[in-house]
Design a binder for this molecule. Structure first.
Ligand code: SF4
Length: 370
């Protein structure tokens, strides 16, 4: 199973915690983007070597700031190049709740979008203002309801926990609100301090401190327990879904299937060991002629470590038989000690991190690396 990711590098404003490659949207930049992406689509026709992709994911940035005529044109080109005789099994677009209107939803349906992902982040206006998000809590709830009314039946909402201004009662309230809405999918991330973000600068100036990790862990497990009680499957460290609604696109990253990334800063993977990436600059991307120019081939050790890291993120874990046998022998002792001490579970040929240890999964994975 393979898929396509299109990166839309525009936002209407910047959030305090983000350092993704993104530009403020302007008509000139968007037409430059349309031209450059169209060229890349034309040149990437043989990426999948005859195997048709089945998923399309449009992320950013904020894809919903693209005018419908530009988004429609890019999607038309992508479909023509890659999905001529294939139905797109999962077609996701990320949208800011503020950009959702009944007309916009109709437009998305007309181009085939069947999954909507909205970055809500919190249902508390005080947090949303501090994050510098464009929407309000009420706006997010209305946007969600509008999407349901329009017929979307696969919606993902994002929340953030683990930041200084989030009290446990506010967090519990955020969880209650999302459960009242009951989206098919919920992604939840701990606030991290990214070097290039405004939060990173505040942190370096001593104007922001992170909450302690025990508090973050409690918030994480509180979320996980409440969502589990409500029938959600905690299928990946940061992701929960109602049965059958896991993200096919993101799962293909964790399962190391091939994907093609289009647009500035997008990454591609051939499903074996080669990664390619486009420059994180619209100007440099727009003059690119060789799309294989920036990339790397993973060594056997890097591939092994990546399999460990991506496999153990998923609650279903990792099949030992998928790993290189001789490399596995080098860490077999460490893994068996982790199993004995309860940090890993082994069920036949499968190893996995028990959900109650997900919060410390990075440390567990590192021990399994070569
Ligand atoms: S979090 Fe999303 S909307 Fe906010 S600046 Fe980053 S890419 Fe743009």
């Amino acid at each position: 199973m393979s898929g396509i990711y299109l990166h839309v590098p525009f936002c209407a404003s910047y959030c305090i915690y983000c350092d993704f490659y993104s530009l403020l949207s302007s008509p000139k930049r968007m037409s430059q983007y349309l031209e450059a992406v169209s060229r890349e689509v034309d040149c990437r026709g043989d990426f999948f070597k005859g195997v048709s992709p089945t998923r399309l994911y449009i992320g950013g940035g904020t894809p919903s700031v693209l005018p419908p005529e530009i988004l429609g044109e890019i999607v038309r080109k992508i479909k023509f190049q890659f999905f001529q005789n294939v139905e797109i099994e999962e077609f996701t677009i990320e949208a800011n709740p503020n950009d959702i209107t009944p007309d916009y939803l109709k437009f998305l349906q007309s181009i085939g979008v069947n999954r909507l992902s909205m970055g809500v982040q919190s249902f508390c206006d005080e947090h949303l203002r501090w994050f510098k998000r464009r929407h309000s809590a009420e706006g997010a709830i209305n946007a969600y309801r509008m999407a349901v009314e329009a017929g979307f039946n696969n919606i993902s909402l994002d929340l953030i926990f683990g930041f200084a201004h989030l009290s446990d009662s506010q967090w519990d309230n955020n969880i209650s609100t999302i459960l009242d809405l009951r989206p098919q999918h919920i992604s939840c991330y701990q606030m991290s301090i990214e070097k290039g973000s405004e939060l990173g600068r505040l942190y370096r100036k001593g104007e922001y401190s992170e909450p302690d990790q025990d508090r973050c862990a409690n918030q994480y497990y509180h979320l996980s327990n409440r969502l589990k009680e409500a029938g959600y499957d905690h299928y990946e460290i940061s992701n929960f879904s109602l049965p059958g609604y896991h993200s096919r696109h993101n799962s293909s990253y964790w399962q190391r299937t091939p994907y093609l990334g289009l647009g500035p800063s997008a990454h591609s993977f051939d499903g074996v060991s080669t990664r390619l990436w486009n420059p994180a600059s619209l100007a440099k991307y727009s003059i690119l002629t060789d799309y294989d120019q920036f990339g790397e081939t993973l060594t056997e050790t890097e591939t092994f470590n990546e399999q460990i890291m991506l496999g153990l993120r998923q609650s279903k874990g990792l099949k030992i038989s998928d790993l290189d046998k001789s490399l596995y022998r080098e860490v077999e002792g460490v893994i068996s000690n982790l199993v004995k001490s309860g940090y890993l579970l082994q069920e036949g040929e499968t190893i996995k991190i028990p959900p109650e240890k997900f919060f410390i999964s990075d440390g567990i994975m590192e021990q399994c690396f070569l």
